[in-house]
Design a protein around this ligand. Structure first.
Ligand code: ADP
Ligand code: ZN
Ligand code: ZN
Length: 711
């Protein structure tokens, strides 16, 4: 009798280990391979898992093992992809199964579909390049190698010279928005992809960025198949695109952070666009940084990777400074336009405000300063568009009672409920919590004292939209935020309206700040930036700076030499703050040096490495005690000291969400390896007293996060 075939399978559960199953070759019709996606019995039902080991024996009694039910009609996940998953699982202290399985699109995790898929897949509707999009849209944004300007050519040559055929190399491509970075890396990839087998992975931060970039990338590769992967597309589309990517049919893979884990047999180059963008960090499940994993992957495969940004993250920029990464600079706007002029408007300065005497009636509701109103008017007069950026959606952030101290707090979260006007979240005005999603009617009287005179505090996109419409009754005003883009029109349609010039003034959240290549915008106004100057999160100012540079880059793209280059107005109470002062001079390197000094002095990342242990419970007390105990144990085991620092547990800055109290323990080390060792120890210790990630004793949910980006 022949030996039994035993496979070890990992599933999407917080477990360190896989499970053994029998492989019945006659029934399944093929030999097992590492990387096969399979259906296995699990408890009383079944799960999808991945084979990570094949052998002929098991530590368990063979006769008791259950058998693999089905094999997916997919090529096995390749060795290199599995190495990446293994690394991610180890580094981010997360089970291997719960790292691999979530990276497989939903469509492929439904075994009932597998027969159908294997039969129907290859006659799928969206084969080949899209049917003739009109010529114009194909040519959109296409800049051939010969059209590159000298600075771009130099950068391209440097990229080509430093990556002769093979070899790991990280290059930081730094240049202001509009300096032509995209044109450089697409030309670079275009040459690499002449080889009909090679694949390139292009990561982009946001979904709403993808349509425009997608068209642009297609324009460079009209003949090649491209797979687009992000969570905003249908299950079927994503499933198909992923299949084309893993089978090597698609040569270009364009996607958001989740695409970094796609198995790609012939991957030969990676680009991470806007590498500093916080959305590369996954914020639930395995909390990986897609940029960091992309660099690891490039290193593992010995291929080049380009990180592109106008405002590189401090980590990346410092690596480039010390020569660990190649530093390529594009410091002019590609089409010859100058950078927009920055105006800091001190809102404490009475000159900039209406005095009660000269305040026109229609100014009752508008909270914009005089210079800003003037600038928008000028832009309207010149038939140019204005963008007003405000980082709060909804009508007003808080509702309050004038007679007592009642505020519209969410009873489930440590935050306020935001008022939304009728028609935006349903038929009537409501209070909505942006953290837990709770929606309530607006009270007609104060719930505490009965006073009927409730007042609003602050302003959100909706209120500003109203005020702007009132001030300029004949202007065409458009609001762009997640509420408006969820409604009748999708985000893309809203952006289309702007591009086609059907709008004079856009009021929006940071959604409008990113990536879009607006052709008619000459003015950008930022109204509520100060809030982030004094955050407890040490990265808040860095992010604010990046965002302001981004949004400034939206102004004046269209203007040609000699014309005005666009303006950005920032309303602030603290014009002397470093963020604004460096922005005023467009001095990105200056700001980054300044940050580097600050961080070095405070011994903060990248001058140390951090991790958080999160604890969640119905009771904050319990969560804190759980973490204190953990800290105590680390001290007892003499883990602390010698380059390892453990802080006291504290409530998270958003302490309560949906009724769950959240606390965190910050661990810091100046040595990555040491931190790794300690985290692994904590992990195995906590696991041993938990069911999954819930501690058995006091029902605390815990999670370890490596390299957190907000503290
Ligand atoms: P970035 O990626 O740095 O923001 P892009 O590559 O998107 O810059 O270029 C900005 C704009 O300039 C785009 O509309 C692009 O098509 C155009 N562009 C880029 N390079 C050139 C060039 N060499 N000549 C003319 N236009 C260019
Ligand atoms: Zn009251
Ligand atoms: Zn809430």
């Amino acid at each position: 009798m022949s030996l039994p075939i035993v496979v070890q399978v990992v599933v999407d559960k917080p477990l360190a280990q896989g499970f053994d199953y029998l492989w019945d070759k006659t029934m399944l019709g093929l030999d097992p391979q590492i990387g096969h996606v399979v259906e296995v019995p699990f408890g009383r039902s079944s799960l999808v898992g991945v084979v990570i080991k094949v052998s002929t024996h098991s530590e368990y009694e063979i006769s008791k093992l259950k058998a693999v039910v089905k094999v997916a009609p997919l090529p096995p996940i390749d060795q290199a992809a599995l190495r990446l998953m293994n690394f991610a699982s180890q580094y981010y202290i997360h089970g291997l199964g719960e790292t691999i399985i979530p990276a497989i699109p939903q469509m492929w995790k439904k075994p009932v579909n597998w027969e159908k898929l294997s039969a129907g897949l290859l006659v799928n509707d969206n084969k080949g390049p899209k049917k003739k999009e009109n010529e114009k849209s194909l040519a959109e944004g296409f800049v051939s190698e010969s059209q590159l300007n000298d600075v771009q050519k130099t950068a391209l040559n440097q990229l080509n010279d430093s990556c002769p055929q093979e070899g790991f190399q990280v290059a930081l491509l730094q240049g202001q928005t509009g300096s032509g970075k995209t044109a450089v890396f697409l030309n670079w990839l275009s040459a690499l992809l002449k080889d009909k087998k090679s694949q390139a992975l292009v990561l982009v931060p946001e979904i709403n960025l993808t349509p425009q970039l997608e068209r642009r990338v297609r324009a460079y590769f009209p003949e090649k198949k491209m797979a687009v992967l992000h969570s905003g597309i249908s299950e079927k589309k994503r499933g198909n695109a992923w299949y084309e990517a893993i089978t090597g049919e698609a040569q270009i893979i364009l996607g958001t952070r989740l695409a970094v884990l796609t198995p790609l047999l012939n991957l030969s180059a990676i680009v991470v666009d806007e590498e500093h963008d916080p959305s590369y960090k996954q914020q639930d499940g395995i909390r990986y940084s897609a940029r960091d994993l992309a660099i690891w992957r490039a290193h593992d495969l010995k291929i080049p990777i380009v990180l592109s940004s106008a405002t590189p993250s401090l980590e990346t920029w410092m690596a480039a400074k010390v020569g660990r990464y190649q530093h390529l600079r594009l410091d002019q706007r590609a089409q010859g336009t100058a950078l927009p002029k920055v105006h800091l408007i001190n809102v404490r300065d009475s000159q900039n405000q209406f005095s009660p005497g000269d305040k026109p009636k229609s100014a009752n509701n508008i909270c914009l300063s005089k210079p800003v109103l003037g600038a928008i008017q000028k832009s309207l007069d010149h038939k140019q568009q204005s963008l007003i950026l405000i980082n709060r959606r909804g009508y007003v952030p808080v509702l309050t009672c004038n007679a007592c101290t009642w505020l519209s707090k969410c009873h489930q979260c440590s935050s306020y409920m935001v008022m939304h006007k009728a028609g935006t979240l349903g038929g009537r005005s409501v209070l909505s919590c942006h953290h837990c999603g709770l929606v309530k009617g607006i009270p007609s009287h104060c719930p505490d004292c009965g006073n009927a005179d409730l007042k609003t505090l602050g302003q959100g996109t909706q209120k500003l939209e109203d005020a702007v419409e009132e001030w300029w009754p004949s202007a065409r005003v458009l609001r762009v935020d997640t509420d408006s883009s969820r409604k009748s029109k999708g985000a893309e349609e809203l952006f289309q309206e702007i591009h086609e010039g059907n709008v004079d003034i856009v009021v929006g959240t940071q959604m409008i700040a990113k990536g879009h290549d607006y052709q008619h915008v000459s003015l950008v106004v930022v109204v509520d930036a100060d809030g982030r100057l004094f955050s407890q999160d040490f990265r808040a100012a860095e992010r604010l700076f990046a965002q302001l540079v981004q949004v400034a880059g939206r102004a004046g793209r269209a203007s040609k030499d000699g014309e005005s280059s666009g303006d950005i107005y920032i309303e602030t109470q603290f014009p002397e703050a470093a963020v604004y002062q460096y922005l005023l001079r467009h001095d990105i390197d200056g700001y980054l040096s300044h940050l580097a000094e600050e961080r070095e002095e405070a011994k903060l990342p990248p001058f140390c490495f951090q991790a958080l242990v999160h604890a969640e419970s119905k009771s904050l007390d319990k969560a804190i005690r759980f973490l204190s105990k953990l800290k105590g144990q680390l001290q007892d085991q003499s883990m602390v000291g010698l380059g390892l620092k453990v802080y006291d547990p504290v409530p998270r800055s958003m302490m309560r969400v949906a009724g769950v109290e959240r606390a965190q323990l910050l661990i810091e080390s100046d040595d990555r390896k040491r931190l790794q060792t300690v985290l692994e120890l904590i992990n195995s210790d906590l696991r041993s007293q938990s069911q999954g990630r819930i501690s058995k004793q006091d029902r605390i949910r815990w999670l370890i996060e490596r390299d957190p980006i907000s503290i």
